[in-house]
Ligand binder design. Structure first.
Ligand SMILES: Nc1ncnc2c1ncn2[C@@H]1O[C@H](COP(=O)(O)OP(=O)(O)O)[C@@H](O)[C@H]1O
Ligand SMILES: [Mg+2]
Length: 384
């Protein structure tokens, strides 16, 4: 580190101003093959400066491999990664503006907290005073002020993870790469750390690339999420868009709970689509897309909270179908009811706060009920 940077040492907590740099990190046509295994398959992603970006997908879909290529621990088979406009292919990990936090936080048990955090600075040749100052700043950022002299083996799981974060942050990376950093924590602690991670990211303004297989975690934390499957990015969008406009059945099924129905396109009139749906008969939807062709099979998707359950036939003029109540699950703030419709393979999940025109006692298993919905809540998707 040169003298100029040293003078800036107390600026650690200053927020990097929001710029319009929408492709601060640009992942261009990146693939990684391990022999016959295609771990990452032609991925294109642009990440904004200061963004909290997540890679979400089931185990083995290529998240870690992609993250390791951004860090420089793995070189791509094809493609190029740019950070702040610079190609990274010839840049070794230690010279990239990135730092990584792992799930199995590699804390040295024989060192105290200060030494563990300062370990990241060992090549920077700072004075002891400067180094201690930076450690204390980093400890404050992760809400563990004064913990410097604790032994690492005197820390809880959550505290150890904060130390790992502090060690990554003390290097002042422009990009923090986090590989399932909360995976080893229990649910309550994990939720607490999620909120803290988000407020930390907002206060320091560093770009975060966060890997998780937990969709709730990704939706809670992120500005945008890339949903991955078998090495590919299926959809890259804001949490809200992923939830309300999934591009295919795989994303729709992975993000939240979704009901699916087989149907055939009957008529297309602009964005007005008439469908013949299994068990439901003739229904209408509003949609556009290349996959919509007269006579073709499509999948109709609808969220449980978009279905309305009634114990009397629906007379409001809304589209509806009759069914039989199957099972219900009480979830405290809401209930899930499952309704079988003749001719459909699976019962439909309905999430509801209260039932129209009925008290819960009337909702015994096997009784006839009606489902209704607003046309615009139907999502049409291509057959997988
Ligand atoms: N070093 C490696 N050698 C061979 N195969 C690997 C290697 N690293 C990862 N893979 C394979 O690449 C795929 C993606 O792995 P990974 O990126 O770890 O997925 P994720 O982090 O989403 O669970 C998997 O099939 C995995 O077995
Ligand atoms: Mg992984």
């Amino acid at each position: 580190m040169d003298g100029k940077n040293r003078e800036k040492s107390s600026l650690l907590i200053t927020r990097i101003p929001m710029t319009k740099n929408t492709n601060f990190i640009s992942i261009q046509n990146i693939s990684k093959h391990f022999g016959d295994v295609i771990a990452v398959d032609q991925v294109n992603i642009d990440i904004r400066e200061g963004e909290f970006f997540s890679l979400l997908g089931p185990s083995g879909c290529g998240k870690t491999t992609l993250l390791r290529m951004i860090a420089g621990f793995e070189s791509p088979t094809n493609g190029e990664i740019f950070i702040d406009g610079n190609p990274m292919s010839e840049v070794p990990p230690n010279l990239r503006p990135t730092n990584m936090v792992f799930q199995n936080y590699a804390i040295f048990p024989h060192l105290d907290v200060r030494a563990n955090i300062a370990y990241g600075l060992r090549k920077d040749h700072l004075s002891r005073e400067e180094s201690n100052l930076r450690v204390e700043e980093a400890l404050e950022m992760v809400k563990l002020p004064g913990f410097g002299t604790r032994r690492a083996n005197e820390l809880s799981g959550g505290q150890r993870q904060r130390i790992a974060l502090a060690r990554a942050l003390i290097k002042r990376p422009k990009v923090l790469l986090l590989d399932e950093p909360l995976g080893a924590l229990d649910k309550k602690l994990r939720e607490e750390m999620q909120l803290e991670l988000r407020s930390l990211q907002e206060s320091v303004g560093i770009t975060f690339i966060f890997v998780t297989h937990d969709q709730e975690e990704a939706l809670t934390l992120s500005d945008r999420v890339a949903v991955m499957s078998r090495g590919e990015v299926l959809q890259n969008a804001s949490p809200k868009e992923l939830y309300s406009k999934p591009v295919n059945v795989e994303v729709a099924d992975f993000i939240g709970k979704m009901n699916f129905l087989n149907a055939q396109v009957d008529k297309i009139d602009g964005d007005r689509i008439s469908l013949n749906a299994q068990g439901f008969g003739s229904i209408q939807a509003t949609a556009t897309g290349d996959f919509l062709e007269q006579g073709k099979d499509v999948i109709v998707a609808i969220r449980p909270e978009k279905l309305v359950l009634s114990t009397t036939p629906v007379t409001s003029g809304k589209a509806s179908v009759a069914g039989k109540l199957n099972t219900s699950a009480y979830l405290g703030d809401r209930s899930h009811y499952y309704v079988s419709v003749n001719g459909c393979d699976h019962p439909f999940a309905v999430a509801t706060h209260e039932i129209e025109s009925a008290s819960d006692e009337l909702l015994e298993r096997g009784r006839e009920v009606w489902l209704s919905w607003a046309e615009e809540s139907l999502i049409l998707l291509p057959v997988a």
